[in-house]
Structures are given as C-alpha cells and as structure tokens.
Design a protein around this ligand. Structure first.
Ligand code: AMP
Ligand code: GLY
Length: 410
C-alpha cells in the first residue's frame, strides 16, 4: 500500500513512524513533512492550504490512501478534494470537520445526539454576550466560534477580559465552567463504527505547575492510572458512538479521528471540545503504545471497513515532553542550532525543525517532542528527563513536571 501523509508536525512524525512500521505500507510519502519524517518517507513540497495541490500530488503518486494530519486542510475540505478523484482518505469531509471548525456546530450536534457538555449560548451581539456572561458568572469561558490556532478560548475570572475577548470575535460561544480533571480520548471512525483509543492527558499551560499562557500542549502521557476504570467504555457509549451516529444520520458521516476533550466533573463526563484530527502531543504517546498495525487500521477506516477491527495496546506507559522555542506561544525565537544525542532510549519527534547547511535549526514554537516508554510512568519519565538535558538547543525550554503527579499516584 502506498500512502501520502499530509502535515509536518510532531503528530505527523509519530504517525509516519507508525505507518512505516506496518509491513502493509510499502511506500510512504509525506508533504511537506519534516527532517525527522524524511528518515522514513519521501518528502514533497506542498502548501497544505491548497486542496487541489493535495489531490494532484495524491494522484500523481497513485497512492492508495491519504492521511491528513492537521485541522486546517480538513476544515478547508482537502479530504473532499481527494475523495473526488477516487482515493480513500483518513480524515473527515469539510462538512464533518465542522465539529472542530465551529464550536456552535459541535454544540448543536451534541445537543441532537444527547452528548453531555457544558450549557452554552452562541452570541453575536453585545447584549447577548452580556446576558450570557452574567447568567453563568465567573469563571467565564469564552470561545471564538471558528478555528483560532489555539488562541480562541479564554477562561478567566476577569469579566472585563471575558467581555473584550467575546467582543473581538464575530461569533462566540459562552459556556458554563466545567470543574474537574481534563483528559483526551480519541476514536477512529469509518463513518459507522468508532474504535475508542486509550485516554491520554495533555498539559496545556506553558510552564510548570500549570502556570503561564495556554499553548497547543507542552507534554502528555498515557495511560492514566488515576482515571475511572470504565472511562473508555463510558466515553464510547455517552460520547463517541452517539456523535458518529448523529453525523451519519445528518448525511455527513465522520471518517477519521474524532478527538474528545473531556472534563471529568462530579456530575460525570462532559465534552469540553471536539477536534477532527489526532491531538498533538497526545499522538506522540498513543502511537508508540498502539500495537494494531496503523496503516491497515487507517486504510480500513478510510474504506468503511472497521466492523471486525479491535485495537491492541502495549502495557507500557508513555510520557512525551515538548521542547519549545523561548517565547512560545506568543513569539517564539527561532533559528537556533539543534544538536540531538544518539539515544536508544527515547524517540525524538520533529516539529519546528528545519534542515540547513549548518545542520538542524529551530523553525517553530514547538520544536520537538521526546517520548519515553517504561513499565510505568515513573520509568517513562526517567527516560525522557534523562534525555532532555542532552539535547543542545539554545533559547529553548520544557516543562519539568509532565506526568509527575500521576507517576506519584496522585
Ligand atoms: P480548547 O481550545 O477548546 O481546547 O480549550 C482550551 C482550554 O480551555 C481547555 O483545554 C480547557 O482547559 C479550557 N476550557 C475550555 N472549555 C472549558 C469549560 N467549559 N470549563 C473549563 N475549562 C474550559
Ligand atoms: N493537544 C491539544 C490538541 O491537539 O488540540
């Protein structure tokens, strides 16, 4: 099977290694890819916002499957462009990707599917905004309706800050604050069936102790020793399966990865958000633990064939830590040389990394993720945190507390 993978982040690097490890994958292409992905795939230049270019590349390579990693091309309809030329795609249509592209749309589907989530109002005028803020009270949760590259959500006790963020959005979802630990739980769907993956936890704030600005994610771990034992079954029954059934009933089946961000509240699980693609950096802990051959799995999902499929997982624990460029997320300082140790114990997933004549240099806010596997979280952490000081990269930083509490049984 020939596969084209679209994207260039740490998530795509993890997917590339997973696809490459499946013997069914005989040829792997990536566009635009990154220097790490280049070890296992042939890279092709590509503007991922150009649907026709994605379809044309898939056609010229005569691939059997296209896997689309990031949300922007999915929300733009890249999967539709590839399906239109008869090539199977792992990734939702433009209509189905609205689950990530519009918070208001996701709320409507959840309502129709009976999926538990925060009460909310979608507002377009100042009067509606003020009414919603005052009804829910602090902490205020204000979400830009559309894609906002991780900057759309403000959670604050400051009414002024909440109001100003809301007024700066064209359309805004204001909702009830959900109290409780957050987890990420993904499902792989062929449009009718959905296979729940194991849960992971992501660390969104930039600095130790959950301080600093919100980011795309500074680290993750899986499994979650503290989570309720039936969390996967419960999420399947209350969230994943009803969403897939509702999307199919609307005539816009969701084919791809449905990312449920959940709050475990005292009133049960509630959906915080959906994404229409693998999470980053959660993928960098899930793919190393997934034993089901990935290329075959994603091909079956893309061709409506998951009826008899099951997911198998390694018993090992995985921890991943993001190395970010100083100034991330606001204004990352890039262009620093990166020197990676030769290390058998951990895996480096490249993200904001470019190849130059001088070697590897930083080219984005999230530079790389380092994953360690161990018999438990403590061992996985030891491997990652043993490796991180050996990475030579000026003007970079990482959190020192990823999976710390969970590894201590908290
Ligand atoms: P999102 O961009 O939707 O992932 O939201 C960013 C972060 O805001 C989430 O990871 C949560 O930590 C927080 N958040 C979003 N919605 C809520 C909510 N209703 N209650 C509490 N925190 C929230
Ligand atoms: N880790 C959060 C995300 O992928 O959206």
């Amino acid at each position: 099977m020939k596969i084209l993978l679209v994207g260039s982040g740490g998530r795509e690097h993890a997917l590339a290694l997973g696809l490459h490890a499946d013997s069914a994958c005989t040829e792997l292409h990536a566009a635009p890819g990154n220097p790490g992905i280049a070890d296992v795939a042939t890279l092709h230049p590509l503007a991922i916002t150009d649907n026709d270019a994605i379809a044309a590349l898939a056609q010229s390579l005569a691939v059997d499957l296209v896997v689309i990693g990031p949300e922007v091309p999915l929300v733009n309809g890249a999967a539709d462009a590839v399906r239109a030329i008869g090539i199977p795609v792992f990734g939702p249509s433009k209509a189905a990707a609205q689950l990530e592209g519009s918070k208001d749309f996701a709320k409507g589907v959840m309502r129709d599917a009976g999926v538990p989530t925060a009460h909310s109002y979608t507002c377009s005028t100042e009067a509606e905004i003020v009414k919603a803020l005052d009804e829910f009270g602090a902490p205020y949760v204000v979400k830009d309706d559309g894609l906002a590259a991780g900057k759309g959500v403000v959670v604050t006790n400051d009414r002024e800050v909440a109001l100003n963020h809301a007024l700066a959005c064209d359309r805004v979802v204001i909702e009830e604050y959900l109290d409780g630990p957050e987890i990420s739980l993904f499902g792989i769907s062929d449009g009718r069936n959905i296979l729940a993956m194991e849960p992971a936890q992501d660390f969104k704030r930039a600095f130790d102790g959950d301080q600093g600005p919100n980011t795309g994610g500074m680290g993750a771990y899986s499994p979650l020793p503290w989570a309720p034992e039936n969390i996967v079954e419960e999420t399947y029954e209350k969230v994943l399966a009803p969403m897939i059934a509702e999307m199919a009933a609307r005539g816009t089946p969701f084919v791809g990865l449905l990312y449920a961000g959940l709050a475990l509240t005292k009133n049960g699980i509630k959906v915080i958000e959906f994404n229409a693609r693998f999470g980053d950096p959660e993928t960098q802990v899930l793919i190393p633990r997934l034993q089901t051959p990935l290329a075959t799995l994603l091909y079956k999902a893309a061709t409506d064939n998951l009826d008899d499929e099951v997911l198998n997982w390694s018993d090992e624990s995985a921890v991943t830590v993001v190395v970010a460029a100083e100034g991330y997320p606001e204004s990352p300082k890039v262009g620093a040389l990166i020197n990676l140790p030769t290390c058998m114990d951990t895996t480096f997933y490249h993200a904001g990394v470019s190849h130059t004549k001088d070697g590897l240099v930083t080219s984005g806010g999230r530079v790389l993720t380092v994953t360690g596997l161990g018999r438990n979280l403590r061992e996985a952490r030891e491997k990652v945190y043993g490796t991180l000081p050996l990475i030579l990269c000026e003007n970079s930083f990482y959190r020192s507390d990823i999976a710390l509490a969970a590894s201590e049984g908290k």
